[in-house]
Design a protein around this ligand. Structure first.
Ligand SMILES: [Fe+2]
Length: 376
């Protein structure tokens, strides 16, 4: 098989018996067993430089101590519009992983220094989301089993067909995308079910609080959308609003249901609910990130709130959003000790609390632009 000097981006072609093009040079074999010899490389090419970048291209890292294999793989994959990086050793690849992200790694199995198996084991531990395809000429089943146990996603057997390279890359990218999607869905379902359990517990103890939390969630999420919060933040906001008063589970019934005004001691008990709530939510690993939002939903921007007396931007943004939605919902609902305020009255009270109790910009968004939408 003869390769002519290739221009950048060309894939050298040579046909095997099947009509496919083959590459068969490997350190697993003795040098004399190499079917072809490497053409000279462009000396200006940096091992660490990406080729022809664009942000939506998948990033592939090729790890091989054979210059020619790296070069040919790079040319093949570049032709299929992948963003290609190369490393001449597993040690260099490991270092690159500290500073850059990759969508897939293709690594030679046998390399001096850290070998492909060791690299696979390290990567699957530290970066389990990156699939690793191992290049090997070995057919040792036990070794392949060991590679799978180490975390290898797939194998590319040498000699390999040039046409096989993009296929195996695509197959592994696709498979990992599906696995990732499945993980996200499972994660969301788990969070959702956990929130359902918590709200059911609140409902059993304090039906009013459960109903209040549903209305606050509706207002808070609509307010967050009006503020232009990103999708991820909106999901956190939704969960935090649903569980923001879960700490009331820990408040004695006679205080929660007292028809008359509360004593100072009873108020002190009520004021513990954000911290009790953060503690409950914080125990659920998947919800730990909303614990701080729950803890601070009764802070005031002037620093006179509880439990920590945080001021202004030191209060988590989602806590400030919930504070506005919470106050509006409370003011516009009947209580055993008072009738509800009209929406207009509640809006006036939000306005007068802007800059002291509430974040002014959030109140402005609530009042000025989206009130009708927020309430629908
Ligand atoms: Fe509360």
């Amino acid at each position: 098989m003869m390769f002519s000097a290739a221009s950048p981006g060309d894939v050298p072609s040579g046909k095997g018996a099947s009509g496919h093009s083959y590459v068969s040079c490997d350190h697993d074999q003795s040098p004399s067993a190499c079917a072809v010899h490497a053409p000279s490389l462009q000396s200006s090419r940096s091992e660490l430089s990406p080729c022809y970048l664009s942000s939506d291209q998948k990033r592939i890292l090729i790890v091989d101590d054979d210059d020619w294999i790296r070069d040919i793989m790079e040319r093949i994959l570049r032709r299929y519009h992948y963003q290609v990086f190369t490393a001449p050793s597993a040690e260099v690849a490991w270092e690159m992983l500290r500073f850059a992200s990759f969508d897939l790694i293709i690594s030679d199995m046998m390399m001096s220094g850290m070998n492909g198996l060791e690299l696979t084991a390290h990567v699957s531990q530290a970066y389990p989301h990156i699939p690793i395809v191992l290049l090997t000429a070995l057919r040792d089943r036990e070794l392949l089993r060991t590679a799978i146990r180490c975390g290898a996603s797939d194998f590319l057997a040498k000699p390999f067909s040039i046409e096989d390279v993009p296929l195996i890359v695509e197959r592994n990218l696709e498979r990992h995308a599906l696995l990732r999607f499945d993980r996200v869905r499972r994660d969301y379902t788990l969070k959702f079910n956990t929130v359902k359990v918590l709200t059911a517990a609140v409902e059993a103890k304090e039906p009013y609080t459960a109903e209040h939390s549903r209305r606050v969630t509706h207002l808070a999420v609509n307010l967050g959308q009006a503020m232009g919060l990103p999708e991820e933040e909106l999901r956190h906001l939704e969960i935090a609003a649903q569980v923001h008063d879960v700490g009331k589970i820990g408040i004695p019934d006679f205080i929660l249901h007292k028809p008359g005004p509360l004593t100072e001691e009873e108020w002190a008990e009520i004021r513990k609910h954000p911290e009790k709530g953060a503690e409950i939510v914080g125990h659920v690993e998947e919800l730990a990130y909303v614990a701080e939002v729950v803890r601070h939903h009764h802070e005031r921007v002037d620093g006179s709130g509880y439990p920590s007396g945080l001021q202004g931007d030191n209060i988590p943004l989602l806590s400030r959003v919930i504070a506005v939605a919470d106050a509006f919902e409370v003011m516009t609902s009947d209580r055993v000790y008072r009738r509800r305020f009209s929406r207009e009255e509640a809006c006036c009270r939000l306005q007068s609390g802007a800059g002291t109790q509430f974040d002014r910009a959030i109140v402005d968004t609530f009042l000025a632009r989206h009130l009708d939408t927020l309430l629908t």
